[in-house]
Structures are given as C-alpha cells and as structure tokens.
Design a binder for this molecule. Structure first.
Ligand code: PMP
Length: 369
C-alpha cells in the first residue's frame, strides 16, 4: 500500500507472493501442508531446559554484542578445530537472517554486484537491494548445478560477493565437491567475497557436508540453530570469517540488533552437544519417500539435503499448478517466489509421513490431469 512517508528502498521488492500462500493457509481447514520451511520436530528437551534455566537464573539482560562467552568461545573452538585458519573469528548473530543483513551492510557499497544462483532463498535479492547493491542472477535450471564458467563470466570489476547456499532452499540440491572447491578458488582468484549460507548443513543425506571455507580461508560462513535444532523462533545464528570483516559486522550489530537473545545463547551452547542425527535419518527417509513417490511423473532433481524438493510443474506455470493444488487442499509454494522463472514449485517434507503420503497422492492425480 502507498503512503507518502514510505522510503523508496522498500518499493524495490515485493513479498506479496509468499504472504498470499500463508494467508491462504490460515483460511484452509485441514490443509495438506507441504509448505513449511522449518523442522517438524520440537526443540530438543535439554535445549528447552537450558533456556528455562538461563531465564530463571536471571540471564535476561543484554549480552555482549559478539555473544555470551560460553557460546561464542565454544563456537570459536569448533570453527578452529574444523578449519584451523589463523584469522577466522566468530560472532553470535540474531539468526542466520541477522547475519545475512549484517554481511550485506558491511560489505556491499551502492552499485556493487552480488552474484546469486537462481533459484535462491527469498531474502537474498531484497537484502542486496536494501543496501543499494545489484543482484546478478545465474540461472541453474534444469539440474541446479553450478557452472563455474558462467560464474567466471559473471564476475566484473564491480563484483563484491558471491552468495552460496548448499544444501539449498528451495531445491534441496547440495553442491558437489568440485563445485564448492571451484567456486572457493574462483572467489579467491578474483578477490571477491564468498558468503556461504550453511543453515542446512546438518541435513545432508548422501555426502558429508562440505564448506567452501575448506578451500578459501577468507570465505564468510553464516550458520545458525534454526533448522538444525528447530529453534526458528529463538533467533540464534553465528557468522565466521576474516577477523576484520567480523569486527565490522559486530560494530553494525551493536547499532542494529544489539545482541542475540541472551537466554537462547546459553541454550545454544547446550544445543551444540545435542545429537540430532536421529532427525537426519528420519528426514532422509522422508526425502526418499517423497522422491520415490513423484520421480516417475514429475521432472525432479533428487535433493541431497535440506528438507525441500523442487519439481517442475507438469502443466501450466508454477503458479497455475500451485493454484490448482491449493484447490485440492494441498499447500505448496510456487517457484516464482524463489526465481525469475515461474515453472516449478517447492515442497517441504518436514511433515508427518501421513501428510507426505496424502501430498504425493494429490500431486500424482494433478499431474495426470
Ligand atoms: N537462509 C536460508 C537458506 C533459509 O532457508 C533460512 C530460513 N528459511 C534462513 C537463511 C534464515 O534462517 P534464520 O531463522 O536463522 O534467520
């Protein structure tokens, strides 16, 4: 809606597509809901208890901007053990989203170019616009693989950063070792920042997770507890990268988010020791169930991670197909929300087996229309 006070920057993007789906969901009775972007398990008991204990022991004030030492130092030890980079520093952010906002504010000057792979996570383009950057999209259809030659061609003197998300939202595709290593080296060679959104790192079903920071000691990693521990409402994330970049981000955090919620940070330190592998096994099985249920009638890349699949609409556009699915009480998200193309749709299998089965049934029926 128009109002004369509203700043120009808010008008450069729009969020009506996804809001429309969620408004519809709110009105639907007993939908078959395969649209949810968060785990369907609860925050582990030990983590919930740790948050309660933190609140009850009066850990309710502001935290240090960079994070409470119990969590920040534990994360630093984990990062040092994993990468062994002399200059890699960690801070605690208000969710992965908070980390993404701060990385854009800290690195992107107006007019700088940011390379993003299409399909992409919904937040990327708006964040680039907000800081006056220019998103340069690289189309990855139909297999969602990263073509390093196309990335090399897209790099210009204005390129500031490349944004990688593997395992990816919305496709569930995980980049191969060659893609990750190649991208990491390309970024280093061209002296552009490589920002890796690793929020789905706990959900890799076929190969162990691999970070581009293994091959590029300047890579900036954004991660968080939202998906790995189902803590989406707790707003807890972390970022690691070159100390100077982290210091700039912490400075901006001081004047924006201030800190991540303190009780959640104490609980995050406990979460780091909680084994979530049972969920990995459950989600792998759900992935297999969905893939097996659809692969013969849909053009569908087998997802290797996260909890999404991104099939092609068998007829019509992505939105037309999704509208028909919604008429059949199946709630899914049109691919156009995550892409310049409106040809696919996103399914989330972070749902009960019975819901996934009902979803498969409706989708198979719709495909044969
Ligand atoms: N990155 C990706 C790729 C995501 O899918 C999400 C959540 N849907 C986020 C970041 C944001 O997560 P957080 O809750 O940590 O802000």
């Amino acid at each position: 809606m128009f109002h004369p006070w509203i700043a120009q920057r808010t008008t450069t993007f729009d969020s009506s597509g996804i809001r429309k789906v969620f408004d519809l969901a709110a009105q639907m009775k007993d939908p078959i809901n395969l649209s949810i972007g968060q785990p369907d398990f609860d925050v582990p008991e030990a983590v919930r208890q740790a948050c309660i204990d933190a609140i009850q022991s009066r850990k309710n004030s502001y935290a240090l901007t960079q994070g409470v030492p119990v969590l920040r130092e534990k994360l630093q030890r984990q990062v040092d053990a994993e990468f062994g980079h002399a200059d890699r520093k960690v801070f605690v952010a208000s969710g992965t989203s908070g980390g993404l906002v701060l990385v854009m504010l800290s690195l992107v000057n107006p007019g700088d170019e940011v390379i993003v792979f299409d399909p992409f996570f919904v937040m990327y383009q708006p964040l680039v616009s907000l800081v006056g950057g220019v998103t340069v999209l690289i189309d990855t259809y139909p297999d969602f693989r990263i073509d390093l030659n196309r990335v090399a061609d897209a790099i210009t003197p204005r390129t500031k950063l490349i944004l990688l998300n593997s395992p990816a939202n919305p496709t569930g595709v995980t980049a191969t070792t060659a893609e990750i290593e190649g991208l990491a080296k390309l970024a280093a060679e061209h002296k552009v920042a490589l920002v890796s959104d690793e929020i789905y790192r706990a959900f890799c079903y076929d190969e162990p997770f691999l970070s581009p920071a293994r091959f590029n000691d300047q890579a900036i990693v954004i991660d968080g507890f939202s998906k790995s521990h189902a803590m989406t409402g707790w707003r807890l994330g972390f970022v690691h990268g070159p100390a100077a970049v982290i210091d700039a981000m912490v400075k901006l955090q001081q004047y924006t988010f201030v800190c991540a919620p303190q009780p959640a940070q104490w609980a995050g330190a406990v979460a780091m020791d909680v084994d979530v592998s049972q969920y990995l096994d459950q989600y792998r099985r759900k992935r297999d169930m969905l893939y097996e249920g659809l692969q013969d009638v849909f053009e569908l890349v087998k997802p290797g991670g996260a909890f999404y699949a991104f099939p092609k609409a068998p007829w019509g556009s992505g939105s037309e197909f999704v509208t028909e699915a919604i008429h059949n009480r199946l709630l899914i998200i049109p691919g156009g929300i995550f892409s310049q193309r409106d040809t696919h749709f996103r399914l989330s299998y972070a749902a009960d087996d019975a819901v996934i089965e009902r979803g498969i049934e409706v989708l198979r029926k719709l495909a044969q229309r």
